[in-house]
Design a protein around this ligand. Structure first.
Ligand SMILES: [Zn+2]
Length: 102
C-alpha cells in the first residue's frame, strides 16, 4: 500500500514493524478489548488448540483502525470503517513520531 501525501511524500506500507504506522482504538472499545483478552485467558479450554482458537478470535475482533504518519509533514492518515482515509494535520507541520514508541 502506498499513500500519497499532499506534501509530496509517499508513505509506503509494504512490511511489518513500521515506525510511522500504528493502530487506534476508541475508549469504549479499549475496555472491550481487554475484557476479551481476559476471557481468552480465563475461559478458553485447557488444550493448546483451544487457546490458539481463543487468540485467533481476538485477532478477528479487529477493533483497531490503522493510522500512518507522514514522515515529512506529520499528517495522520486514519482509515475509517468504509476503508477511506481521513487526514489530520499537526499545527507544527512536523513529523512528530506520534505512532512510534517512546
Ligand atoms: Zn506529508
Amino acid at each position: 500500500m502506498k499513500i500519497k501525501c499532499n506534501c509530496g511524500n509517499i508513505i509506503v506500507d509494504q512490511t511489518d514493524y513500521l515506525r510511522n504506522k500504528g493502530y487506534i482504538i476508541s475508549d469504549t472499545q479499549w475496555f472491550n478489548f481487554w475484557n476479551s483478552i481476559d476471557d481468552a485467558i480465563e475461559q478458553s479450554g485447557p488444550s493448546a488448540k483451544e487457546k490458539e482458537e481463543a487468540c485467533m478470535q481476538l485477532r478477528i475482533l479487529n477493533l483497531f483502525k490503522m493510522a500512518w504518519e507522514c514522515q515529512n509533514c506529520g499528517k495522520l492518515f486514519i482509515n475509517d470503517p468504509h476503508g477511506d482515509l481521513l487526514t489530520y494535520s499537526p499545527d507544527n507541520k512536523n513529523y512528530n513520531k506520534v505512532l512510534d514508541k517512546k
